[in-house]
Structures are given as structure tokens and as C-alpha cells.
Design a protein around this ligand. Structure first.
Ligand code: 16G
Ligand code: ZN
Length: 568
């Protein structure tokens, strides 16, 4: 077979380091970069097969996100732009872990057999198969992108090298590039910037509405929706983690200056990638990132991670401390914005809004969503793929992990109904101010669905979403921080001989095994005022993670320590 020969000789150039056993983790593969060429080559083969099977382009992004610069990794993308379907993760592992070239070819044959695929496909001249490949700024990334290309090419599937992109840009490119067309990065920037301009320009003429009676809003803030745009433009300091977000955000910001957005970018590539900076550092260490020491108290700031799929906001305090506005708070703000817009729509068109969180969401955030905003909240295990899938259950599904990864999904069927309504309203040329406002809110929701990347969390989208939401309410970051007060919490890790002995249930909120552990945790929690705690084996590191929250920091610390001792 000619195909087998081509694949064999290509594979010979990408031998797996002996004993290296890569596993598909929470979001693909990650390891020290020199270990990865064989893994990435085989991912190229896998995504070419997936593309042939579905007759649509797939994607591969070379990145290790917020990890240190010497690491690298690979994220795999479905034709929908979403992450690789979970049922194929085992196929990925069987290719990636094959010890020899012959074992790899056998695993490849088993994959074709299991999925009922016959190669080469009969109608190859009409084929829409293809693999889009992009990478982050790591020095090892272009070489790994080449390994992916060789893997896909070995099956004769065309590859499209998109070069340097953020992870969410690559997801967007796969979802939005029509067959036979080439991805044009300008389309991405133009869509986000256009939606942003529409949303902030309309803020001046209303469109907001009374939120659910939370009573949690700062008293001095007008919530009538008629608050004019603040006369001063929005100024924001952005820590770009020395990653790919820097050049991309620069290009986007250029297109948003006319709409009153002024970004000052820091950590744009001169220092170490994710080195004492970036969203993960800020969220975990709760310290100002390097390079922003001079920002000064009360300056509005945010941090992206190394591949720009996460963002957290913060306000520097005095010294190195800061007020953190994490993913929980972004979810609350996004929910508030959607609820404001929905409130002006006719009842039959009001979207079912739902929020998805993980067990890490602060209890105060969950209470704000369920009690003040009266929205349904569901909880899934950690990892974006779980949250993303659950968010699809709603007309407007909002999900964020506390670490700042998340997005707002709009159901296509709901968007269709909204479009019809807006179109009918535009034709009716109605004088009734209630209807005019409803049509405007409909337009705003449609714009929001373009502003916010529908495939995966996108720091660039979410930055603009937060600015829109704050401007429409005339809020500062401090006003936003005031909508609820976080319960004190503590996270820690514990090394154990074998973390897989801990098996969780109920979206990681309870331990199923070992059987004695959960009752012991329950007893510790019951003794702490407003206490809550859980343990889970990490999906990315060889540790068990512990989370505790309680009425005071001392109580949360003590609870975390007690639970940690139970794990040991
Ligand atoms: C990955 C996940 C992130 C999750 C983290 C948990 C994606 C894109 N990324 O980085 O969502 O919070 O893993 O790591 O899904 P852990 O299992 O070590 O706690
Ligand atoms: Zn990331």
C-alpha cells in the first residue's frame, strides 16, 4: 500500500522518545518541548483522519498556554471550532503512546477499523478535508508546527499554515473559514471591533434595563440604562504575559481607538513568557505582575495568559497587593449584561440564560447568580470542554472557570429568532419607544454573539465584553468588584504516592473513593462557619488539589489544612 509506505517513512523521522508516555490531558498534550515532535506528528495524522472522516477542516494549535517557556503542547480542534470530541481522546492516546513505528502503524490501522474509515476516500477531488495549523510565540513552536504539517501531509490532506495566532483565533479560523476560502486574520479583527463599536455607541441611547432586584448594586450607580457613555475613554493596562496576545491585541486595539478604547500594553515579549506575569500568575499568586509595578493604585488592569485564551482583571492596591476580578466575576458581569439586554425584549423572545461553573467558583459568586440575578447555575468537572458542553443547553450559556477561561454561547436557533425579530422591527419603522428599545436590545445581543468568540474562551473577546458591560453601566472596576464580596478561600496541593486512588463524583464536589474520605471531609466542613471544601486529583500535574472556603480567612486556611491532612 502506497499510503502505508508514505506514513511509515514520515513516521521514521519522528520517533517517540523511549518510555515517554504522553496522555491527552485536560486540553491536549503538554510536556517539555524536546519530547513532543513524535506526539505532534501523530496528532497531525489523527486530525487529518478526523478531517477526512467529517469531510471538513480540523485544526491544530501548538502551545503550552500559561506553562513556562521550555514546555510546549498541542490543542486539537474540531470542524465546529470546538475542542476535539471526547470520544477521540483515546484514539489520540493510542497513536501518541505507540512505542515503535510499527506499533504506531498498527494503532493507526486500528483507528481506521474502529471508525470504519477506508482510505483514500473515493471522492478526494471534491474533498473539503484540510488541517489548519497555528502556533504561539515559543521558540520550539514553529518546529512542532512543521511536525504536525508532515503528519497531515503523509495522508495527502492539504495543510494551511496560519503561522502565529492565539489559540482562540485558530479555533475561530477553523469554524469560520468557508470551504475553498483562505482564512484572513483581518476578518477576525474586523468582526470583534465592529461588534464592539456597535455595542458602545448604542450604550449612549439606552438599551439597559432594571436588573433583577439583587439589591447588590452599588447605590450610586444608575441602572436605568440611560446612563451616558462616560465622557472619558476607557483606559486599561494590559499584561500580555510576553505571549502571542501582545501583537494580536495591538492589531485589535488599533481598530477600537475610534470607539474610545485606549490600551497600554505591558509584557509584550521582551521578558520571559508567563514569567512572573500573565493571568495564571496573577490569579494564583494574587500579586502584581512584573512590569506593572508602576501602574499605580486604582489603575484598571488585566492579564492575558500565554496563548490568550484566559483573562483576569485587577486593580492594584498599595504595595504588591491587588483586588482581583476573576472568571467568577466576569461570569457575573456577563450575566448582568445579558439580563439587562434580555429585559427589554418581548416575553416570547426572552432568552433562557444559564451559567456554568466548576466547584472552584466562589460560593459568593454562585449566590449572586442564583439569588440576585435568579439565574440557573450548573456545575461541571474542571476543564473547559465540560463547561462548554453544558453551556450549549441554554439559549445564552455563560461559562467561566475562576481562572479566567470562558465564553458566552448563543444557541444558533435562538439567534435566528432574534434576527427575524430585529429585521421585522427595522422594516416596521415603529414609533413605539418600547418596541424601538426592544429592537435595539435584539441588535445588541446579536452584536454580542459576534463580539464573543463562540468556539472557546478568547481573552480578546472577553476584554471587549468587560469594557462594553462596564461602559453601559458607567461602572469602574471598583463598582464591579462591589457587586458581591468573595468568601475567603484557600487552595493547596498535596503530593501523594498515587493520585488516581482518589475518585470524585458530583462534578468533583464529593469523593467517591476511598470510602472513608468524604465523611471525614464532611465532618471538617460542618465545624467551619460557611465552610465548603473538596479535593480532586489534578488533570495536569502529579498532585491532589484541595479547595476550602469559609467565613474568615483563618477558618478557610484551617479547613484547607485539615482536609489536606485527611488526604495524606
Ligand atoms: C487546563 C484546562 C483548564 C483547567 C486546568 C486544570 C482547558 C483549555 N484548560 O489548563 O480549564 O482549569 O487544566 O488543571 O481546558 P488541573 O487539573 O491541574 O487542576
Ligand atoms: Zn491558555
Amino acid at each position: 500500500l502506497r499510503l502505508d509506505d508514505a506514513l511509515r517513512s514520515a513516521a521514521q523521522a519522528y520517533l517517540k522518545p523511549p518510555g515517554f508516555r504522553p496522555f491527552y490531558g485536560t486540553a491536549g498534550y503538554r510536556a517539555l518541548a524536546p519530547l513532543l515532535p513524535s506526539t505532534v506528528f501523530r496528532c497531525g495524522v489523527l486530525m487529518a483522519v478526523r478531517s477526512l472522516l467529517l469531510d471538513a477542516p480540523t485544526g491544530i494549535c501548538i502551545t503550552a498556554s500559561h506553562n513556562p517557556a521550555p514546555d510546549n503542547g498541542v490543542k486539537l480542534v474540531e470542524p465546529t471550532g470546538e475542542m476535539l470530541t471526547r470520544s477521540w481522546e483515546a484514539h489520540a492516546d493510542s497513536l501518541a503512546c505507540a512505542e515503535s513505528t510499527e506499533a504506531f502503524l498498527a494503532a493507526f490501522a486500528a483507528l481506521l477499523e474502529a471508525e470504519g474509515i477506508v482510505l483514500p476516500p473515493s471522492s478526494s477531488s471534491q474533498s473539503h478535508a484540510g488541517v489548519y495549523i497555528a502556533h504561539d510565540t515559543r521558540p520550539s513552536s514553529p518546529g512542532l508546527a512543521e511536525a504536525a504539517r508532515v503528519g497531515a501531509a503523509a495522508l495527502g490532506v492539504p495543510t494551511h499554515d496560519l503561522g502565529l495566532l492565539t489559540t482562540p483565533q485558530l479555533h475561530w479560523a477553523v469554524a469560520r473559514t468557508a470551504p475553498g476560502e483562505h482564512f484572513n486574520e483581518d476578518d477576525y479583527f474586523a468582526e470583534l471591533a465592529g461588534a464592539y463599536a456597535a455595542l458602545v455607541s448604542r450604550a449612549a441611547t439606552g438599551g439597559g434595563a432594571e436588573p433583577a432586584d439583587g439589591g447588590a448594586e452599588p447605590a450610586d450607580v444608575s441602572v436605568t440604562g440611560r446612563a451616558p457613555l462616560p465622557s472619558t475613554p476607557t483606559v486599561l493596562h494590559v499584561d500580555c504575559a510576553n505571549g502571542v496576545g501582545a501583537p494580536k491585541l495591538l492589531a485589535l486595539a488599533d481598530r477600537c481607538t475610534a470607539a474610545g478604547l485606549h490600551l497600554t500594553l505591558h509584557n509584550t515579549g521582551e521578558g520571559a513568557l508567563n514569567g512572573r506575569c500573565g493571568a495564571d500568575f496573577v490569579q494564583k499568586a494574587r500579586l502584581l505582575p512584573d512590569g506593572l509595578e508602576g501602574a499605580g493604585p486604582s489603575y484598571p488592569c488585566c492579564s492575558l495568559d500565554g496563548d490568550a485564551d484566559r483573562i483576569v482583571f485587577f486593580v492594584p492596591g498599595t504595595g504588591a497587593g491587588l483586588t482581583l476580578l476573576d472568571g467568577d466575576r466576569i461570569a457575573a458581569l456577563a450575566a448582568l449584561l445579558c439580563a439587562d439586554l434580555a429585559a427589554a425584549l418581548p416575553r416570547g423572545l426572552s432568552p433562557a440564560i444559564g451559567v456554568v461553573q466548576t466547584a472552584y467558583a466562589n460560593g459568593a459568586a454562585t449566590r449572586y447568580l442564583t439569588e440576585a440575578l435568579r439565574l440557573p447555575v450548573t456545575v461541571t468537572p474542571t476543564g473547559v470542554k465540560h463547561l462548554h458542553a453544558a453551556a450549549h443547553a441554554h439559549d445564552v450559556g455563560i461559562y467561566f472557570e475562576a481562572n479566567g477561561h470562558g465564553t458566552v454561547l448563543f444557541a444558533p436557533a435562538y439567534l435566528l429568532r432574534l434576527k427575524e425579530f430585529v429585521q421585522a422591527g427595522a422594516n416596521a419603522d415603529d414609533e413605539d419607544p418600547t418596541i424601538a428599545r426592544a429592537v435595539e436590545s435584539g441588535r445588541d445581543l446579536l452584536a454580542l454573539s459576534l463580539l464573543v468568540n463562540q468556539t472557546v474562551g478568547d481573552a480578546l473577546s472577553i476584554l471587549l465584553l468587560v469594557v462594553v458591560a462596564l461602559r453601559r453601566r458607567g461602572w469602574t472596576l471598583e463598582d464591579w468588584a462591589g457587586i458581591y464580596r468573595d468568601l475567603p478561600s484557600r487552595q493547596s496541593v498535596r503530593s501523594v504516592a498515587d493520585r488516581s486512588v482518589i475518585v470524585t463524583a458530583d462534578a468533583e464536589r464529593r469523593v467517591a473513593r476511598p470510602a472513608a474520605l468524604q465523611p471525614a471531609i464532611d465532618a471538617a466542613v460542618a465545624a467551619a462557619p460557611q465552610g465548603r471544601a473538596f479535593v480532586r486529583p489534578s488533570g495536569t500535574e502529579d498532585v491532589v488539589r484541595i479547595y476550602a472556603e469559609a467565613a474568615t480567612q483563618e477558618d478557610a486556611d484551617a479547613l484547607a489544612a485539615e482536609v489536606s491532612d485527611l488526604v495524606a
